[in-house]
Design a protein around this ligand. Sequence first.
Ligand SMILES: Nc1ncnc2c1ncn2[C@@H]1O[C@H](COP(=O)(O)OP(=O)(O)OP(=O)(O)O)[C@@H](O)[C@H]1O
Ligand SMILES: [Mg+2]
Ligand SMILES: [Zn+2]
Length: 702
Amino acid sequence: MEIETQEILPDNEIIERFINFLMNFAIPDENGKNFYKYREEILYITADETKRSIIIDFPDLALYDQDLVDNLLRTPIRVMNLFNSAFRKVLKTFNEDLTDDVLRRYRVRIKDVGKPISIRDLHRAENLGRIVNFRGIVVKATKVKPILRRAIFRCLVCGLAFPMEFEDEFQKPSACPNPACDNNSRFEMLKDGMEYEEYQELTIQELPEELPPGQLPQSVDVIIRGDLAGKARPGDRVTVYGIVKTFPERGLRTGKKPLFDIQIEALYVDSESSELEEIQLTEEEKEMIESLKKDANLEEKIYRSIAPSIYGYEYIKKAIAALLFGGVPKTLPDGTKIRGTINVLLIGDPGTGKSQILKYVAQISPRAIYTSGKGASAAGLTAAVVKTEDGWALEAGVLVLADKGIACIDEFDKMSKDDRRALHEAMEQQSISIAKAGIVATLNARTSILAAANPKFGRYIPDRDLSENIDLPPTILSRFDLIFILVDIPNKEEDYKKATHILGLHTKDIRPEPPFPPDFMKKYILYAREHVFPKITQKAAQKILDFYMKMRGTSKAEEEETLGMSPIAITARQLEALVRLAEAHARMLLKDEVDENDAEFAIELMRLSLSQVGRDPLSGQIDIGILSTGVSSSKRARYLIVMDIIKELEEEYPEGVPIKRIIEEAKRKQIPENFVVEVINKEKARGNIYEPRPGKYKLVSY
Ligand SMILES: Nc1ncnc2c1ncn2[C@@H]1O[C@H](COP(=O)(O)OP(=O)(O)OP(=O)(O)O)[C@@H](O)[C@H]1O
Ligand SMILES: [Mg+2]
Ligand SMILES: [Zn+2]
């Protein structure tokens, strides 16, 4: 290491040199003439009241005055204060009308400065008091509040008035500055001499994609002052340039351990740079990905790279591939937005590999988070306003943190009530609005959801409706483009193959090698999402339309053609889903156009999903009413018929209708006895039917 020989410059020299830099730093413009970057900027700043800071590119300063830079890096807090004074002096020369109290609100900010480190290394002793920079995601932001920076006190003995400035802690004067006065306790603070500045604290967490495997994300609090406060929102990815400050954990007390905590005093917070830097692809990697277009087995390789240790479930892996690459979001001429994100729900018996699949997907997707619906943080899946030491703060949940990525949510049926409420908006509008305790915000949640849930009764019961099998409201179910059911039904041949596959994993040390390793999948997906925007062709659109029309069935003949699917089986939601799925298929193959082949892929998956969850257990037909209301239309109709029968018979039996009579009437309408008993028991439990005498029933009238 080099021995530091630079001298510490005196305050006035630092001010002078920085003024010199602001006024004279120049770069040549297109015509080779000098462009005074910062001097010009200061002209703009004095003209615009909302701008109260100048952003210095650190490399400019390093080029101009190495001594100044050395001093800044060694004693950052002192030098930043001097830079601020210098900047205010320059402002004053540009605009004489600026008064001191106004000038004190202007600040110098510096970017591209300091050592780049990870959040978990901030607390290391060598970084304390130093300038660092790090990337992360804003998980929590407090309300912006005014903080008292300066006040005027008056001595109650001699009457002298004098100012005091505060950094983080409020203090009372400890002695009167008048040499002839020895008062050290009796002062009053003048009400009209107080100066404030905007103040906010952000909690920044490590980026999910930069987390060491198996580690919990760590976070750090960042202090933001002045016009920079209130700019960053939870969910934003940022680069922070700042000074690592220490403060005693519980106040320093004699005889106690002097432990410290850290906070970052922000010099600048950049929300754009972080978006771009994320995962940088080299030219070679881009070419390599482009060349895959020629690979005839590309599609197969993608599927085999998804959860290779899980046997079977080819169609689920296809659906997951579509979810990973995503459809193309659109904005219609009237401004409405159609999401491109694909949501997939896996409902399955215990031990069918759901958690394994979700964890694997989180590894191969850029910006993915694996979480449980039970939720670890207060913010849960969406967002929450939480109480902090000095007020309220907005905290981002998983869907916000995985904005533009994928949220793999296990135990989806076990999420909190608040999450259930907020989830509709998140899944359809791609945003989360919150208004509580004076915090009003809309956060982005352009997140694809891969969710896993257990059936309500432990196992999926095929002759019951979807809604009876799962503890989720139809309003949430209908936001999933595809729903699949994983059942654990014994099947000799399949069981044998699966068992040998699993045993192979455990006995041999070889794991099935995915054709594309996780790191490459991430890059591939990112590249496709950023560079491939396939357009739907006429032929593909026609194919999807044909399927859609057939499913909505206009004539009896057409209905039969659709293999027993009942008419009006499909809604506009599924139409949009079909388009998304077809786009995603074209995208994973790096195609510019969505062709018939892509449309077929979408139709195949949709048909499979509908045949698993959209089947009416009574008629055996596919019925999309199940998806939008939770019960099949035929079942709903029969339900109402039973209720009507009771109602009609009540005139004949005012004391209560005997169950035998209800069953008789129902049989005449082709409704079986067990269904009647089910309706009566359910409605009794709900309080809509009562039993005035044993075996006799009446409707509760309101
Ligand atoms: N098709 C499969 N191929 C290979 N392994 C499997 C398969 N299905 C299940 N397993 C294995 O069985 C174990 C249990 O799976 P997992 O924990 O993912 O089940 P789950 O569906 O999440 O169950 P639960 O509903 O109880 O949470 C895992 O070790 C998993 O790898
Ligand atoms: Mg599980
Ligand atoms: Zn005094």
